[in-house]
Structure formats: C-alpha cells, structure tokens
Design a protein around this ligand. Sequence first.
Ligand SMILES: [Zn+2]
Length: 364
Amino acid sequence: MMGFSYEEIVARIKEVSNLSDAEIDSKVNGKLEQFSGLVSKEGAAHIMANELGIRLSRPAASLLKIANIVSGMQNVEVLGRVVAVYPAKAFSSNGRSGQVGSAILGDETGTIRVVFWNEEANRLGFLNRGDVIRLKGVYVKDSRNSSLELHVNSRSLVVVNPPGESVEVKERELKRRRINEIADDDSFVEVLATVIEVFDLRFFEVCPNCGKRARMQENVFVCSSHGAVAPSYSYVLNAFLDDGTGSVRTVFFGKSARQFLRREDGELLSFRLSPESFEPVKTEALGSFVKVGARVSRNEMYGRIELVANSVEQARPEDAQGAQVVAQQERVEVSPVPVAVEEGVSDGSSSGSVEESLGSESNI
Ligand SMILES: [Zn+2]
C-alpha cells in the first residue's frame, strides 16, 4: 500500500539509526507479536520507522528535477509546484474529439508544461496555483515549439499536496517580448512598455492569517484554511501597457501594484475609503515607462492574452536595447484600447483570469 518493500524500509532505518540488521529484525518481530499478526512484516517495519521518527519517502534521487528531464523519457516521476493552471477545453480535429488542458509546474531548476488529456483533464479542476503535486508515470513529449512537455495519461499518478513536501520554484528566466509577439505558449515574459491607461484600484477581503482570499458566506468572511475571519484587505489594479507593437491588459496584485504605483501598502489601503484621492496617483502612473515581468494568462472569455505582473520596475530608455518601444514623450500612436467592461475584480462567480489569480497570488 505504501509502496515500500521490507528491504527498502530496513535500509532506510539503517541509514538513519545505528541499528544492525539483527537488531532491526528483532524489533520488527517484537512489533509483529505486539500486533498479533494483524500487520504484515512491511507494516511492522513501517510502524517501527515511524516510532524512530523516520519519515519514509522516496529518496530524492528517484525524483527527476525539471531541468534534467529530456526528450523521450517514459515513466517520469517529478515533484513540483503549480505555477499556472489552464483549464480543460474541448477540441475536435480530424474526426477526433475530446478535451485537453494543462498546468505549468516549477521546481528550483525550472518550469515545464504538464498536459492533461480527456478524462485526465478533469483533474485540473482540483489544482490550484501554489499546490505542490507529485506526478508519477508521466511521459515526456516534444511540443510544437520544441520545448518539452509532460503528458499525463490514465496510468499516471497525480498526488496533490503530498504531506511534508514543499518546493521552491526557480525565479523564471523571463523572455523579453514585444507585446504583439507574446505567444500562446509563453509562460513568463518581460515587456517594456508605456502605461496608457490605469483603472481604479479595487479592494478585496483576505484572510489576515494566510493572505488567501476570504469570501462572504452567510454574512461572515470565510478563509478556506482558517474558517471565519475578520478580513484584512488587499488590492488589484488593472492597466493597459503599450509598446508600439500592441497593447496588453496587465493585472497588478498586492506587491506588484505597490511597485507599479510606487506607493506603500498603508497609503494604497487608505484609498479604499477615499477612492477620490487615488486620482492623482493614477495620473502620475500614466505615461510612465515600465519594465514588467509577468505571467502570461489567456483570458478564455475574451479570447486574448493578458499579463499578471510579478515584478515592476521603472524602465530607462537604455533598457529597450533596440526594442521598438514607445517612449514617454513620443507616445503619439497607440493601438486601440478595448473597452474596459470587465475591468477590475469580478464578483467571484466569473471564471476570468483575474478571479483565477485572486487569492492565489503569492505576492499579495
Ligand atoms: Zn487563512
């Protein structure tokens, strides 16, 4: 059941304790007697390991680091943190139909796209950004753009948030992109652009303990981990960035909103009660030239790409390095900006990308 053979458990006990084979054997036999044959030998060894405080987990060596995944591997086991989830979509082509969705998985060595087909795509409904997942029995495929993907099939094992496991995700190497070149399979990009439109700061309730979104349920705010809480607030800002090749709606949560507006948390929170005093701050941000590191998000509802900012810096013209960027003083022609009907935080029922990001952004 645990998937460890007796020999494996004994080896692990020996590794950690100073017990000899004979000592381990006699202790295991003691357990077997104690449980009057109700446990197997493996079970008894397992109990003993627990009593010694030895956590039985697969040695790290049997897990592949993402950077070590190569083309053609079968039956890969990998542990990573979910960086993004792209829910299942129906497809039909060449007489085949089904559904496919994906998630981006990261560890301290890199990130990789994990593709879930058909039945397996339903599993994406149980995944959230920030979850740690262990994948077993997945295979490696070359994607169209020659990067590698992991594919999950019906024999694969997907364990969400295995106890005791945690994963640091490597800071992504951002690909510098012009806005009109941001591709569907880009995960993280850096853009240099001028701020051409800034919307109002929106506030939402968060759990004061963990920062996750707190939602109203029967007149109290509830955190999915901490139950009923007296909420704190966090905020999200939407803006349009334009680099002369196109414009893109960009969402700034928490820390990135502070970086974008160059304001402290306290001041931004004060605008919740006096929204009118936010106007000059908004105006100040307009026309500024920024370097934004962001996650690429596909807004399925509007069929377009959006960015969710992770980091914001004021850019200097020399950052452009030949990129075609509209500088502050010469932003004469900008692409048409879509009407901002869906601007801001939705009411919690929408499946929009902003909502998806809310409460799961690690940098709120
Ligand atoms: Zn909480």
